[in-house]
Design a protein around this ligand. Structure first.
Ligand code: NAD
Ligand code: DAU
Length: 354
């Protein structure tokens, strides 16, 4: 079996659902269930005996060690993190605790677990660290996309904490021979995306008739990847990645935030037309420019040459079809969206539901 941390969050839950669709291998899902963790994401596999949920904090080394020695997974896939840049600016402490100290605890537990394994099991063991393209900093308009050799230059407490975690993972491979792999991925979107993040926030606010908040001039660029393609890439890296190596993952879909908001409004206009005073209207009317995020990175773009060349991975979802699928999913899961918005609202006060 494999052990996943953070498997009740956005990408982790998509990964667990995908994994069990494609494989009979069981999954231990170790998650603290913070505001971002939601067992409803996994309701489809509620009675699937191949999924075992363990509520726990990755900072708790003893609990992780006990979980590892009980279930003896052949791999750890580490998604658990505090993941929202705006929250890291408001209150960095949880990011330092979970992303740095938590990754450290997990590495320590994995190191001792590995040393207890037989030669054959140790040889097969993998520790896959799920990281972000944000560790590379911000690109100018004409800069080449981030490659695996781009120097780290994190700009937010979130990205700095993820960079620290990546360095620890690298050190555990070089110093202790822990069989690690790291992936650095661009912005994901798709089902179960928590509505504090841009795409689901725009959808939730549009449907609620609230303003659609665009930071600054709306010209910041992100490289969007459908979450299912990220899950495929992770499986590929786990199966075929070279130990100690880093693989960048991205969608090769650079879009400004304003473009993304326009696309979402247009899809919604199509699927669930809005009625204005005179019977016509567009969700675009709800777009509002607000004060920029401090230190807001201008542009991310990822060079996916290495993972395509060496592991044969390629994103399959086009941006248009992925966005349509995503809006459709949120329309079909309005209860999930409402519940998540309310849950996040309690924690996050004024930002959600603007
Ligand atoms: P998320 O915030 O939706 O989910 C995080 C999950 O981790 C939640 O289930 C939460 O309960 C759990 N968690 C948080 N702290 C924990 C702790 N101390 N112990 C155990 N569990 C804990 O995050 P996401 O967007 O799914 O991101 C998953 C991973 O992928 C993160 O490491 C993130 O940095 C990385 N990543 C995300 C994106 C993206 O666009 N969302 C892109 C690239 C990389
Ligand atoms: O690049 C990968 C990263 O992508 C992940 O590592 C992070 O975990 C994930 O949260 C995401 O970070 P971003 O900061 O890029 O995502 P977010 O959805 O918060 O914002 C996307 C863009 O939209 C960014 O330029 C800020 C802007 N934005 C965001 C919000 C929430 C707005 O204009 N208005 C908003 O209300």
């Amino acid at each position: 079996m494999i052990l996943v941390t953070g498997g009740a969050g956005f990408i982790g839950s998509n990964f667990v659902l995908d994994w069990l669709k494609q494989s009979d291998e069981s999954v231990i899902n170790f998650d603290k269930l913070t505001y971002a963790g939601n067992l409803d994401n996994l309701s489809m596999i509620k009675s699937d005996p191949r999924h075992k949920f363990v509520k726990g904090d990755i900072c708790d080394t003893a609990h992780i060690s006990q979980t590892l020695s009980t279930y003896k997974p052949r791999a750890v896939i580490h998604f658990a993190a505090e993941s929202h840049v705006d929250r890291s600016i408001r209150s960095p402490i949880d990011f330092i605790n979970t992303n740095i100290n938590g990754t450290f605890s997990l590495l320590e537990a994995a190191r001792y677990y590995c040393s207890s394994l037989s030669d054959v099991a140790r040889e097969a063991f993998r520790f896959l660290n799920i990281s972000t393209d944000e560790v590379y900093g911000s690109l100018g308009p004409d800069d080449a996309p981030f490659s695996e050799t781009t120097p780290y230059a994190p700009n937010s407490p979130y990205s700095a904490s993820k960079a620290a975690a990546d360095h620890l993972v690298r050190a555990y491979h070089h110093t202790y021979g822990l069989p690690t792999l790291t992936t650095n991925c661009s912005n994901n979107y798709g089902p179960y995306h928590f509505p504090e993040k841009f795409i689901p926030l725009i959808i939730a606010n549009a449907l609620a008739g609230n303003s659609l908040p665009i930071y600054g001039d709306g010209q910041n660029i992100r490289d969007w990847l459908y979450v299912g393609d990220h899950c495929n890439a992770i499986r590929r890296v786990l199966a075929h990645g070279k130990l100690g190596e880093v693989y960048n993952i991205g969608g090769s879909n650079e879009r400004s935030n304003l473009e993304v908001a326009h696309i979402l409004c247009d899809i919604l206009d199509d699927l669930i037309p809005k009625r204005g005073i005179d019977g016509v209207g567009t969700y675009r009317d709800q777009i509002t420019y607000i004060t920029d995020r401090p230190g807001h990175d201008r542009r991310y773009a990822v060079n996916v040459g290495k993972i395509e060349r060496e592991l044969g991975w390629k994103a399959t979802e086009s941006f248009d079809s992925g966005m349509k699928k995503t809006v459709q999913w949120f329309l079909e899961h309005r209860d999930w969206l409402m519940a998540s918005t309310e849950g996040g609202h309690k924690e996050y006060g004024d930002r959600i539901g603007d």
